[in-house]
Design a protein around this ligand. Structure first.
Ligand SMILES: [Zn+2]
Length: 113
């Protein structure tokens, strides 16, 4: 999906997930700049601002967009967003998979999650 198309999907999912108050910047970056993840989000929950980075040519880019947006839905539970939380990741992957399957959006194999 092109960066322009992905930005349209940001608008769509912001509405679907009731994240309209958030200012969300989407950045598509070379794989070498994000070697360990498909995508990543930084946010300031107290300012409703976030930057989502997605690797270019990512085959499941919309899935990862939904995944990162779900972190914002849950931001109130973990406003500092410090460190990696395995249970949070597992829950988000389950919800993202269900949402994407319902929208006929391709998902990565469960073995990659
Ligand atoms: Zn995540």
């Amino acid at each position: 999906m092109s960066p322009a198309d992905l930005r349209k999907r940001v608008r769509y999912w912001k509405n679907q997930l009731n994240l309209r108050a958030w200012t969300i910047r989407l950045v598509v970056i070379p794989c070498k700049d994000l070697p360990d993840n498909h995508a990543q989000v930084d946010y300031r929950a107290d300012h409703d601002r976030a930057t989502i980075r997605i690797r270019e040519n990512e085959p499941n880019s919309e899935y990862w967009l939904v995944h990162e947006l779900l972190h914002l839905v849950l931001a109130g539970l973990r406003p500092d967003h410090e460190g990696y939380n395995l249970l949070e990741e597992m829950a988000i992957n389950r919800i993202a998979r269900a949402l994407c399957k319902a929208h006929k959006i391709s998902c990565p194999p469960e073995s990659e999650l």
